[in-house]
Design a protein around this ligand. Structure first.
Ligand SMILES: *Cc1c(COP(=O)(O)O)cnc(C)c1O
Length: 222
């Protein structure tokens, strides 16, 4: 079914929007099946799980980290990660920078914003992002490269609320682009939208969608 699911989703994702196949909790064999169907970009939210899958699977896979990243786990993913979507504090970005330096890498990252109504979802607000971007510490970080923003909408059936939150993230992106990244081509990504809301996210300007269960099936709760 994975191949069929992927084909269905691809038909709804326009050119220029990157599909991140979220394979968290799913076995290596499922990732391989998606790989065989042509998928090369996968998202994971646990560092050790991502490392183990990276070691077991083809080397041309691009691994995106999409979950809350604990500082002591950064080292497991820095050697190979393609994009970290979930930078939610200045300290985390600094710690990623430090680890990337050890590996002589410049690691691409997105700033995660809190756009949902739930208290539990991680992320910055605009003021915190400004503080980070205007800090001396940030200016000295030569081993991370900010490429855009990420957010998760409220878990709700109210699609108008979800749309409003995606618009909010897009406006945050526009503000940051204008104030800090004008003329910097790499700052272009808006990562928003999951299985149930990615079509709305695309309508509202997503450049990356993160789709799990619509490709791999429902996850059993851990
Ligand atoms: C699990 C997860 C997804 C994918 O969720 P689905 O509803 O299965 O598509 C996307 N983004 C993040 C940050 C996730 O943790």
């Amino acid at each position: 079914m994975i191949k069929e699911n992927l084909e269905k989703i691809r038909a709804t994702v326009p050119e220029g929007v990157t599909l991140v196949a979220v394979s968290k909790t799913k076995p290596v064999s499922d990732v391989q099946e998606a790989y065989d169907a042509g998928q090369r970009i996968f998202g994971e939210n646990h560092a050790l799980e991502m490392r183990d899958k990276h070691e077991a699977l083809p080397t041309d896979i691009q691994w995106h980290f999409i979950g809350h990243l604990q500082t002591n786990k950064i080292k497991y993913i820095i050697p190979f990660v393609t994009l970290i979507h979930s930078i939610d504090t200045a300290n985390l970005l600094e710690a990623v920078n430090k680890e990337a330096q050890k590996h002589h890498r410049v690691v691409d990252c997105l700033l995660q914003f809190h756009i949902a109504q739930e208290e539990t979802k991680f992320g910055l607000d605009l003021e915190e992002a400004r503080e980070l971007l205007e800090s001396d510490a940030f200016r000295q970080m030569e081993h991370v490269r900010l490429c855009g923003v990420m957010g998760m909408a409220t878990f709700t059936d109210d699609m108008e609320e979800v749309r409003k939150e995606f618009r909010h993230l897009k406006s945050i992106f526009n503000t940051l682009k204008n104030d800090y990244f004008a003329g910097q081509a790499q700052f272009k990504e808006i990562s928003m939208g999951m299985s149930d809301d990615y079509p709305i996210a695309i309508e509202e300007g997503a450049t990356m969608v993160r789709v799990g269960s619509k490709i791999f099936g429902i996850r059993s709760k851990k």
